[in-house]
Design a protein around this ligand. Structure first.
Ligand code: HEC
Length: 171
């Protein structure tokens, strides 16, 4: 019993010491310009995966403004993102009566005003990216494609409120 306890103690002591020596300078690793037999062409440096963007690299403005094809999946995605990021102020239906406004934040205009109904979808994309008046930018939280998805959903909200009731068409 006693021997077993000593052996276990020694194992822990060895592990603890080994732990102390495990600093990052000493661990096995591949340096950027060194060779590595395991990889293609023997290079340790790996090619960047396609679409990699450096942290400080601006997103290509032309790409950010290019409108994707609108389909049901895009509108669904837009609804989800809208309800997360925009509904707290703009309200679930876009009347500018969200919870934050009820608690005192300046009220945004309704998306159902004539002016905002006429405005192109790219205006919504631009407001998300750059902010507008007292509304701060959502550029760092909403990716370019999602900006278009939200703009498509805002348009769907506008259409949902623009129709005339047609009682005679009801069953
Ligand atoms: C914290 C509250 C808040 C949130 C969240 C918010 N907005 Fe706004 N938004 C405002 C306010 C306030 C204004 C009016 C700003 C002004 O006129 O100074 C506004 C204005 C707008 C306008 C109208 C610009 C115009 O031409 O009058 C659009 C479009 C818009 N927001 C879209 C969005 C979208 C899309 C989101 C979600 C990504 C969003 N907003 C999230 C508060 C908010």
């Amino acid at each position: 019993m006693k021997r077993a306890a000593i052996t276990i103690g020694m194992v822990f002591a060895t592990l603890a010491l080994a732990g102390c020596k495990q600093d990052m300078d000493e661990q096995p690793k591949l340096l950027p310009l060194s060779g590595a037999a395991a990889f293609d062409k023997g290079q340790a440096a790996r090619p960047l995966p396609e679409g990699t963007v450096a942290r400080n690299e601006a997103v290509d403005p032309a790409e950010a403004m290019a409108a994707p094809t609108v389909d049901a999946a895009l509108v669904q995605r837009g609804r989800e993102r809208y309800e997360i990021f925009c509904s707290p102020c703009h309200g679930f239906s876009g009347y500018g009566d969200g919870m934050i406004v009820k608690r005192g934040f300046p009220a945004p205009p309704s998306f159902h005003s004539e002016r905002l109904r006429q405005t192109p979808a790219s205006h919504v994309v631009d407001v998300i990216a750059n902010g507008y008046g007292v509304m701060y930018s959502y550029g760092d939280r909403v990716a370019p494609r999602d900006r278009w998805a939200i703009a498509a959903y805002v348009r769907a909200l506008q259409l949902s409120q623009a129709g005339e009731p047609q009682p005679e068409a009801m069953p």
